[in-house]
Design a protein around this ligand. Structure first.
Ligand code: FMN
Ligand code: SF4
Length: 457
């Protein structure tokens, strides 16, 4: 070693397209549910992102942002549907950037994975009319004209994103939403130029990407969130080889990076592996399903223990659960590979980076629990640690993104109080939090939050 200490990759800068990111850690996209009903930025949203930036997070990716009525899933999400959204978003981007963080907006179209009634629609768009049983949605197959219009509107939204001061865009092509459902043979049964062969199923993604690129120019980063596996056994889902092939093709098109995730809703939401105990009861009581028909909610309540048991079997928590997929992408691609899913611990994050399994690590629930996670990782300090209890996920789309696990939430409140009003740049990182941390002793019963009442209410 010659007495020279090796620098941790975590804190090394990396370029995504033309933009330098100050470290290898990303706040992954999560629906914030903090905008006005019609998608305008609020003070609450700005404060949420400011805290993440104060916590040193090198790259922030916003929650899924819609751009027209069919792309929207829930109320109070971010929108880029009109120019009138730009001033609020400029306030957001400037706030974050003054801390040295970069911010990308995630653009998406929900497709068939939302109850249209959630946002006052009567129908949903999809490549084919295939029933989505987890949300009870029977979508319409898009006409060619609708596909062209949608491509055009993705492009317009990208232009607005650049005007709003974002440092880049993440295009959501994972999790079974519209673009992902075009890629997957199980959900795309078209017989025209948008279905059938690999190239045909890819066509919609390529057209959307080109429309966006045309609007923002070559130097503006566009990364894509892709599945590393569709997790659709017994159905015509994509395996890792198919997914890497899509990424390779998109690298040729000019994308600047890829974030690797997995699954559709129909897979049992493997994208969000965690502890599902209490999830379904919480979702119909406090979450996006609270407005579903009473009979539907009653059935879910009744079946809740069975559903939780089943989801824990197929989608129970595993650390770094997409890393093996990311490794396959990393071996094939030259552009940066971001891996998301199940990263809360410092050793795991360092190992994923140092082993070359991915170039950046992204986290959603762990930064909801600890918005200063990056600074804590850097300093080797244990901050509030996410339990993957799904309390926040069960409330997504109905309540603001926050930690609803009482023990972790208390730790978070203490940590934020200690940090309040302090200047992270000019003082030793987390000095205040370290002294508070000594007051908190995790109890033997707390780690997995097995009692749903702990986070209900
Ligand atoms: C409350 C919540 C909302 C989410 N919303 C989005 C979203 O808008 N877009 C997206 O790509 N993923 C979304 N996700 C998935 C995360 O980006 C991420 O892929 C997943 O949570 C696994 O990462 P984690 O283990 O670090 O939480 C959401 C997750 C949570 C918990
Ligand atoms: S509620 Fe808190 S502890 Fe539970 S998954 Fe969300 S952030 Fe993690």
């Amino acid at each position: 070693m010659n007495g020279v200490q090796k620098q941790r990759l975590l804190t090394q800068p990396i370029r995504i397209g033309g933009v330098e990111i100050a470290g290898r850690f990303v706040k992954a996209a999560y629906t914030e549910t903090m905008c006005t009903e019609d998608g305008f930025v609020t003070d609450q949203l700005i404060q949420h992102y400011e805290e993440l930036a104060r916590g040193g997070t090198p790259l922030l990716i916003t929650g899924a942002t819609y751009f027209n009525k069919y792309s929207q899933a829930m109320k109070r999400g971010l929108a880029l549907d009109h120019d009138d959204k730009i001033p609020g978003l400029q306030r957001l981007t400037r706030t974050v950037q003054q801390y040295g963080s970069k911010i990308f907006v995630q653009l998406y179209h929900v497709g068939r994975q939302a109850a249209p009634g959630n946002v006052g629609r009567t129908d949903a768009q999809a490549p084919s009319a295939r029933y989505e049983f987890t949300v009870g949605c029977m979508p319409r197959a898009m006409t060619i004209e609708e596909i062209h219009d949608c491509v055009y509107q993705f492009g317009l939204a990208a232009a607005r994103a650049k005007q709003a001061g974002f440092d880049g865009i993440e295009l959501h092509a994972a999790h079974g939403y519209l673009i992902s459902s075009f890629l997957t043979p199980h959900t795309n049964r078209r017989t025209d130029q948008y279905g059938g062969s690999f190239e045909n199923r890819l066509r919609f993604l390529v057209e959307v990407y080109r429309a966006m690129r045309e609007q923002v120019g070559r130097d503006f980063p566009i990364v894509i969130k892709l599945n590393g596996h569709d997790d659709l056994p017994l159905r015509k889902g994509l395996n890792t080889e198919d997914c890497v092939r899509i990424a390779l093709r998109m690298q040729k098109e000019g994308i600047d990076g890829v974030e690797v995730s997995c699954g559709h809703y129909e897979s049992g939401i493997t994208s969000d592996r965690g502890n599902w105990k209490g999830f379904f009861r919480t979702m119909v009581t406090y979450g996006a399903a609270k407005d579903w028909p009473a009979s539907h909610r009653a059935v879910i309540r009744l079946l809740s223990p069975l559903l939780s048991w089943f989801y824990n079997r197929i989608s129970g928590f595993r650390p770094a659960f997409n890393l093996s997929y990311a490794q396959a992408f990393k071996q094939a691609l030259d552009i940066p590979v971001i891996c998301v899913g199940g990263f809360a611990e410092v050793a795991l994050i360092d190992e994923a980076l140092e082993s070359g399994g991915c170039d950046l690590v992204a986290a959603a629930r762990p930064v909801i629990a600890d918005p200063h996670l990056f600074n804590h990782l850097k300093a080797g300090v244990r901050g509030p640690q996410c339990d993957f209890c799904q309390g926040c996920f069960a409330r997504a789309g109905a309540m603001p993104a926050d930690c609803y696990n009482p023990r972790v939430r208390a730790e978070k409140a203490l940590m934020l109080r200690a940090e309040q009003g302090t200047d992270l740049v000019s003082r030793p990182v987390n000095a205040g939090w370290q002294s508070c941390a000594n007051e908190i002793r995790p109890t033997k019963t707390s780690p997995r939050n097995n009692d749903e009442r702990q986070y209900e209410g």
